[in-house]
Design a protein around this ligand. Structure first.
Ligand code: AHR
Length: 486
């Protein structure tokens, strides 16, 4: 029996709901088909946005959406995506298959989508092939209230009032597709852009600098040394690959555990970046923003390799559950994160095929974890064994938080492919009145598809007993379980 201790007297950081965000790029069928089908589409839509997708994102409580890239951001010229659609300039999307981008989804459409979903917006600007002026004018176009030539164009395009922009990213992966820069060079470039982007601040958008690729600790060191305190956020990208053939639905036990072990590396990676940030920033000014994370497998057979379309199984639900628990535990520094990507690309929350939409196991984990949004992280500890020889992968990975009304929310992931976990939970100085629980579980290979949409979903969980100060429970293999303790 594993011991699980939750301490409501140890109130730690606030868990920002923005940690539960998604990323949408002009890549494959993420925007076009997946989100935006155009007003004339027979697929039900409002202003061209798919009603099924908007409803699903609303229901999962999507707090923030990042757009337009990704690598696409550093070749995107925002002025091509405004004004009458028939006049919008086309471009070639060189990063993602060389397809022709007609710019019918641009700034106005993005903010309309955020409004329909009810989420915050996170725009990534073009450093790699853009200019300081172009980026500053985009920020002005979006947020300024002044009477200026730029805001005049926005008004002529039908938007009188500025939009609310919460986050502005200054470039994307500028160590790679965004310009192949050294950290020393990017830090100087960043400051140059940042100072102009901060002007025209109709609303103060938080400036996010391009951060490290996975375990590149030198990038963080240099950025903190040279650009702190000019950035409110430093982004981190870390993707999880499997081993072997790296396929989404076909994998053996070794590939399963390799995937989860690789996903769990997030704990070590964020801890080490945070430790570096803390040396330069003792007042916790600059947040760590994990704005690209998730699984990245081989594309589904018969699909365009440049479109990064992959299925999503219970294994992905576990990756989502354990990663979100890691983010909760580091919520003092990780104040925003966006999974890659929203629809039809990498570890998506929904997949579409024509007018059909299917919600993935990852979707259900995000929906279940909605209960952590804006709570206070609690001190908690679970005894557990390591189940991967030679690397770190605990069988149980948890986090616990408390709502303002005193309700405790606990989420636990059982990463074992074959073993139950017996857990005895005790909540310090707490008299339990009521507990309810939900679960996402199944065989590791289970997934939802267009002809079997409900194989995986959130189900009620009853395999627990309430005790005076907590519960005892048997968690099945491959499960993500949520307890609501009152
Ligand atoms: O999410 C797909 C790609 O991965 C993004 O465009 C890029 O930023 C990253 O390399």
């Amino acid at each position: 029996m594993e011991k699980y201790l939750i301490n409501p007297n140890q109130k730690l950081s606030k868990i920002s709901k923005d940690v539960y965000g998604c990323f949408s790029e002009h890549l494959g069928r993420c925007i076009y088909e997946g989100t935006y089908v155009g007003e004339d589409s027979p697929i039900p839509n409002v202003n061209g946005m798919r009603t099924d997708v908007v409803t699903a994102l609303k229901d999962m409580g999507l707090p923030v959406l990042r757009w337009p890239g990704g690598c696409f951001a550093d070749e995107y010229h925002w002025k091509d995506g405004i004004g009458k659609k028939e006049n919008r300039k086309k471009m070639v999307n060189t990063n993602w298959g060389g397809v022709v981008e007609d710019n019918s989804f641009g700034t106005h459409e993005f903010f309309d989508l955020c409004k329909q979903v009810g989420c915050e917006s996170y725009v990534a600007g073009n450093v790699g092939s853009g200019t300081v002026q172009e980026m500053a004018e985009w920020k002005e176009y979006i947020t300024s209230n002044a009477d200026s030539p730029i805001t005049q164009i926005r008004k002529e395009n039908g938007q009188d009032e500025p939009w609310k922009l919460k986050y502005f990213g200054i470039g994307n992966e500028n160590w790679g597709c965004g310009g192949l820069m050294s950290p020393e060079h990017y830090a100087e470039v960043y400051k140059n852009y940042a100072i102009y982007v901060a002007k025209h601040d109709g609303n103060k958008a938080l400036k996010i600098a391009c951060g490290p690729n996975g375990a590149d600790y030198n990038w963080t060191e240099v950025m903190m040394k040279k650009a702190y305190p000019h950035m409110e956020g430093l982004s981190l990208h870390y993707y999880t690959h499997a081993s072997g053939e790296n396929r989404a639905t076909v994998f053996d036990a070794k590939e399963y555990y390799d995937t989860l072990k690789n996903a769990y590396r997030m704990e070590d990676i964020v801890s080490r970046h945070i430790a570096i940030m803390e040396r330069y920033d003792t007042i916790n000014h600059t947040a760590l923003i994990v704005d690209e994370w998730g699984t990245w497998y081989r594309v589904e057979e018969g699909t365009n390799p440049a479109f990064l379309y992959q299925q999503n199984t219970i294994r992905d639900a576990l990756v989502a559950g354990l990663t979100l628990n890691i983010f909760n535990k580091h919520s003092d520094r990780i104040r925003m994160a966006t999974i890659a990507q929203t629809i039809n690309v990498l570890q998506s929350v929904a997949l579409t095929d024509g007018e059909e939409m299917v919600l993935t196991p990852t979707y259900y984990v995000f929906k279940m974890y909605k209960d952590h949004h804006e709570n206070t992280l609690l001190g908690s500890y679970i005894t557990t064994k390591n189940i991967y020889e030679g690397a770190k992968l605990p069988q149980l990975i948890e986090s616990a938080s408390i709502k303002e009304d005193g309700t405790i929310v606990s989420t636990i992931v059982n990463t074992s492919m074959s073993e139950n976990a017996e857990v005895h939970c005790q909540v310090a100085d707490f008299k339990v009145k009521e507990i309810t629980a939900e679960i996402v579980t199944g065989d590791a290979h289970d997934y939802n598809d267009f002809d079997k949409k409900d194989v995986v979903k959130i189900r009620g969980f009853e395999n627990f007993k309430k005790t005076e100060d907590g519960f005892t429970a048997t968690l099945p293999p491959c499960s993500v379980v949520k307890f609501i303790i009152k």
